[in-house]
Design a protein around this ligand. Structure first.
Ligand code: CMX
Length: 134
């Protein structure tokens, strides 16, 4: 059902201030930056081998990522697992009794279709299902 870790989301106060660490010190290639307006975040994707690091910066005070930063400070926000069929993965998880935040996929960065599993069903780790866009 899941094929690999597509990306790890990291909440940051400022992409501009964080980027030099990942791009220049760790040497990851910047794939692109994008605003996901619906989720009130700006994202920067960096490639690391077959996977990615996604820096998440809130675009407003009521952004869910702003709330996360307030509560927990900067750090790992979510783990995203790749699937070829997010709708089928949701159906499987619901069938297994998992509590979903999204039972209908929403739009993620770079044209992906995504769905979040509720952290209460995933041992406190916000878990994303991610079907890449083409
Ligand atoms: N880690 C652990 N727990 C988290 C969490 C996180 N990162 N984010 C939220 N939670 C917890 C909340 O504390 C809350 O717990 P309680 O029910 O105990 O209070 C619960 O999960 C539900 O959170 P909520 O914010 O009240 O619920 P919403 O349905 O409003 O939103 C979510 C849930 C995860 C979608 C939202 O908090 C969020 O993080 N949105 C941003 C998503 C994102 O990263 N988008 C970027 C682009 C996506 C991509 O392409 O990867």
């Amino acid at each position: 059902m899941l094929t690999r870790i597509n990306h790890i989301g990291i909440a940051v106060k400022s992409i501009e201030e964080t980027l030099p660490f990942y791009r220049d010190q760790l040497g990851m290639a910047l794939v692109g930056c994008e605003e996901v307006a619906e989720q009130k975040v700006k994202v920067a994707m960096l490639r690391i081998g077959d996977s990615k690091i996604e820096l998440l910066e809130p675009t407003s005070d009521d952004s869910p990522v702003a709330k996360f930063l307030e509560k927990s400070g900067p750090g790992i926000h979510h783990v995203a697992y790749e699937t070829e069929d997010v709708q089928a993965a949701i159906a499987h998880l619901v069938g297994e009794g998992a509590r979903m935040i999204d039972t209908v996929p929403r739009s993620g960065a770079h044209g992906a279709r995504i769905a979040f599993i509720h952290p209460k069903s995933s041992n406190g780790v916000l878990t994303e299902l991610c079907q890449p866009g083409h």
